[in-house]
Design a protein around this ligand. Structure first.
Ligand SMILES: C[S@@+](CC[C@H](N)C(=O)[O-])C[C@H]1O[C@@H](n2cnc3c(N)ncnc32)[C@H](O)[C@@H]1O
Length: 220
């Protein structure tokens, strides 16, 4: 099973020129980021959020706009090019004082223990070299009562399933195509279950919503 996992996971990080291509494709995913931000329903006591594998910062900007009570949103990504893009996007959106961007590897993050009120991630877990270690690292930097929400695709969803989900939140056919293209290297449900169990983190569970799997929970 582990060797199959290694075969499935894509090489770590989106570096130039793939980062530039991804960023172009992600522009048609804007409705998805706004939808995800709304669905996260972050309560007023959440002030600090980490978006791990935050890419070019679209979810971070959507979070800042959706939740004025967030004082600090950090996008962290192993790719410097993605991180630079996220920083520029935040500044261009006038959100540079609330959004910061770090080059960081999910397997070894430079933040202290119990640092963030919430941690989110979208479309990144299938890139992680060692998702068990990564989840434990996210658990380490999450405060008690903090919220962990790692979202990704799973089981190579059919285009029909993607289109139904995407049109449900107002995304266009181009949003569906972009999602479909991006969901080619995702993990299987059984692999995700193995990762969650292997992490030993008791408060996280797996929820499947259409083509998206959510690994997360509220820390005890
Ligand atoms: C498919 S992109 C998703 C980007 C962004 N979350 C979005 O939804 O647009 C996956 C991102 O995860 C990042 N990534 C991959 N491995 C990582 C790691 N070990 N640590 C941090 N980020 C990583 C990649 O560089 C890339 O920006």
């Amino acid at each position: 099973m582990i060797s199959r996992l290694k075969e499935t996971i894509t090489p770590e990080g989106l570096f130039w020129p793939r980062s530039a291509l991804y960023s172009r494709i992600a522009s048609v995913m804007e409705p998805a980021y706004r939808h995800i931000a709304r669905q996260l329903a972050l309560p007023p006591n959440v002030k600090t959020v980490l978006d791990i594998g935050g890419g070019d910062g679209r979810l971070a900007v959507a979070l800042a706009k959706q939740y004025p009570h967030l004082s600090m949103i950090v996008t962290a990504d192993i790719s410097k090019d993605m991180t630079d893009r996220a920083r520029k996007r935040a500044e261009k959106s006038g959100l540079g004082s609330r959004i910061t961007s770090d080059v960081s590897d999910v397997h070894n993050l430079g933040y202290g223990d119990s640092y963030f009120d919430a941690i989110v991630s979208f479309g990144s877990m299938h890139h992680w070299r060692d998702p068990v270690t990564a989840l434990r690292e996210l658990d380490r930097i999450l405060k008690p009562q903090g919220i962990l929400t790692v979202m990704d695709g799973f089981d190579k969803p059919s285009f029909k399933i993607i289109k139904t989900t995407v049109s449900g939140f107002g995304g266009s056919i181009w949003t569906s195509i972009a999602y479909w293209v991006g969901s080619h290297q995702v993990l299987r449900y059984s692999e995700i279950a193995q990762i969650v169990e292997g992490s030993g983190i008791g408060y996280i569970s797996i929820l499947c919503l259409g083509p998206i799997v959510i690994v997360g929970g509220t820390k005890d």
